[in-house]
Write a protein that binds this ligand. Structure first.
Ligand code: SF4
Length: 139
């Protein structure tokens, strides 16, 4: 979430590598985007993705496994993105849900405008619907 938390990311990568040495690790997000060269050099991840990751992850999986993606999301349309597979999580106490990307403001000390050239919101109905997919007894 925050670039300056990167040491914790390195620690997580180290722990995962020890537990699952044959599993490739893909690192993306704010730190990897803003400090791409640093992440490549020091993170220990096998792959580093800079910028919006949806299409890049699918391209990486295609390169690794040689299979065409059966779905290509439109990064410009947040409502075209599939819901996370919350059903694969055994116990859910909290859900991270994206309601928008970007910000209507451009504070000089903030990198939001580097990640998103404009403010985009999801359809609120889809946000609520997605939150219900994480509940055992949806409302
Ligand atoms: S530009 Fe960044 S700091 Fe400023 S209001 Fe938007 S998110 Fe917050």
């Amino acid at each position: 979430m925050m670039t300056y938390w990167y040491p914790g990311v390195f620690e997580a990568i180290k722990i995962i590598k020890e537990a699952l040495p044959s599993v490739p690790i893909v690192l993306g997000g704010k730190y990897a985007t803003l400090c791409y060269d640093h992440a490549i050099k020091y993170s220990g991840a096998d792959f580093v993705i800079s910028g919006a990751g949806e299409k890049q992850v699918l391209q990486l999986l295609q390169d690794l496994f040689g299979e065409e993606p059966f779905f290509m999301p439109d990064s410009e349309d947040l409502d075209s993105l599939p819901y996370p597979a919350f059903d694969l999580i055994r116990k859910i106490d909290q859900l991270p849900i994206t309601t928008s990307r970007g910000c209507p403001y451009s504070c000089s000390y903030c990198a939001s405008h580097i990640f998103n050239d404009r403010f985009r919101r999801r359809n609120p109905i889809k946000v609520v619907d997605e939150s219900n997919t994480g509940k055992k007894n949806p409302v």
